[in-house]
Design a protein around this ligand. Structure first.
Ligand SMILES: [Zn+2]
Length: 115
């Protein structure tokens, strides 16, 4: 597996085994119970809070400095900051969270013990 194949997997999450069936339920980041193509059980993949914690660290480390820089140069009211950065964070979460969760499921599939 190359880095670019993993990146493509994260941007378009599919079954980690066959790479064809859906990984997540529609309009959700919950994995489907079973792959439509290879019938591998995907519902057992529990990533817990791993993806959420990663997002908190990533967005906290990037959004807060950006808000401070924007406030320094533009001096906008506090309520504008709340709306602006709230929308930015919500948009980034919608885009990045499924990719992070798919990557954790991929790593879980790749490194799980074979029984
Ligand atoms: Zn599959």
């Amino acid at each position: 597996m190359s880095f670019f194949e993993d990146l493509r997997f994260c941007l378009k999450p599919r079954c980690p085994a066959c790479r064809q069936g859906r990984l997540f339920k529609q309009w959700s980041v919950d994995p489907v119970e079973e792959c439509d193509v290879c019938h591998m059980r995907l519902g057992d993949n529990d990533v817990g809070d791993g993806a959420s914690v990663f997002m908190i660290f990533l967005l906290g480390a990037t959004i807060v400095p950006m808000a401070l820089i924007v406030d320094h140069f533009f001096n906008i009211p506090l309520w504008v900051h709340a709306i602006l950065w709230g929308c930015v964070m919500l948009g980034l979460i919608i885009v990045i969270l499924p990719a992070v969760k798919a990557y954790i499921i991929l790593l879980n599939h790749r490194h799980r013990s074979k029984k």
